[in-house]
Design a protein around this ligand. Structure first.
Ligand code: B12
Ligand code: SF4
Ligand code: SF4
Length: 294
């Protein structure tokens, strides 16, 4: 049985295998996850490049839903086939459900899919902290299947796909959450991507509880509740994809000159105007205006 072939036949765009032992030692796998596991099958499902490069937010969100859905279906097919062959196998959530307990707060996955993907040789870390793949760059969603299957395979040689003199992701990040060499200010990123996520729900409930009747009526009819409702229904709540969409690695040559990508290759003033357009005043850092080159 070739697990990589099995994964590709199950619909993965990219797949690789790694030993579980070293990942467990690094703390990349929550100990309660299939203690008998010997191997992790790392899978990647590609976004649509066109959708991620679109200036329409809903199109980017919809493509994210489809890509996560594909990861889930592919992993499920792999699990069923491994179980039919007599092995234990477990698909680990690609994002949610995730442990929301105090101390973790939904910020630590049961399995670190990027670490598994790097160990399996399907890509390398980029300066953005994301996994870069040869064909799609960071435009992939990752999944992992843990299995008791314990066959022979060669460990991949380490490599790096991140371009030496590139800082496109750092420049494009609206709240400047990317600090270089894969370091990220998670609070800043979270504030941007989860604009209508849990924090907004908490704020909304607080405003409803404390507001006078007129304010409560306005809140019930307002954009915030409509948007929160839509996010609950759709299961998507991301509002930023810049570090995925601007990376030149795996970008189609055609995308390099597209209208959407231009601001980030252009002047500081254009970058700031793009930030304001996508993220309002929150995307503008103190001192940004003075830094404009116009
Ligand atoms: C919590 C979470 C977040 C949090 C915290 C992110 C983080 N860095 O941990 C927040 C809300 C900030 C976030 C943001 C985003 N996320 Co997120 N997130 C997760 C989630 C659910 C858990 C991550 C986790 O456990 N972190 C805790 C530990 C593992 O992270 P850490 O301590 O920072 O350790 C990392 C660094 O040390 C770094 N690292 C280690 N060694 C090295 C070496 C080098 C050279 C470098 C550069 C880095 C590096 O890698 C470690 C992870 O492997 C994962 C899914 C999963 N289960 O893996 C998705 C996941 C990481 N997110 C993903 C994505 C796409 C995003 C966003 C683009 C948002 C969006 N639109 O979807 C942004 C990107 C932010 C960024 N540039 O990193 C994808 C990444 C796909 C990819 N190509 O890499 C994942 C894998 C989901 C998936 N199944 O595809 N996310
Ligand atoms: S998702 Fe957006 S806010 Fe978060 S690190 Fe990437 S570019 Fe920055
Ligand atoms: S945008 Fe540039 S710096 Fe960022 S991960 Fe991609 S290649 Fe590396």
């Amino acid at each position: 049985m070739d697990p990589i072939r099995l994964a590709l036949e199950s619909g993965a765009d990219i797949a690789g295998v790694a030993r579980v032992g070293p990942l467990r030692e690094k703390g990349a796998i929550e100990p309660t996850l299939l203690p008998s596991a010997k191997t992790v099958i790392a899978i990647a499902s590609a976004h649509s490049r066109t959708a991620l490069a679109s200036s329409n937010l809903q199109v980017r969100q919809y493509d994210t839903i489809s890509t996560y859905e594909n990861v889930r279906m592919v992993a499920d097919r792999i699990v069923k086939r491994l179980e039919r062959l007599g092995h234990e196998a477990l698909s680990v959530p690609a994002f949610i459900p995730i442990d929301m307990a105090d101390g973790k707060f939904g910020m630590v996955g049961a399995l670190d899919h990027r670490a598994a993907a790097v160990a399996a040789g399907i890509g390398s870390y980029g300066r953005s902290g994301l996994l870069l793949t040869r064909e799609f760059g960071p435009r992939v969603r990752l999944g992992s299947v843990l299995t008791s299957w314990d066959g022979d395979f060669a460990a991949p040689a380490p490599f790096s796909l991140c371009l030496e003199d590139c800082r496109a992701c750092l420049e494009a990040c609206p709240p400047r959450a990317l600090l270089g060499e894969g370091k990220i200010d998670k609070t800043k990123c979270g504030r941007t991507i989860f604009q209508y996520g849990l924090r907004r729900v908490i704020r909304f409930i607080g405003e409803m509880t404390e507001g006078d009747p007129a304010k409560r009526r306005d809140l019930l009819k307002g954009f915030t509740l409509r948007e929160l409702w839509q996010n609950f229904m759709a299961g998507n709540y991301y509002y930023c994809f810049e570090c995925q969409s601007v990376c030149p690695v795996g970008a189609h040559p055609r995308d390099q000159g597209s209208e959407r990508r231009k601001p980030y290759n252009g002047s500081k003033a254009e970058i700031i105007s793009k930030r304001r357009q996508v993220h309002g005043q929150e995307g503008i850092r103190a001192g940004d205006e003075e830094e404009t080159d116009q």
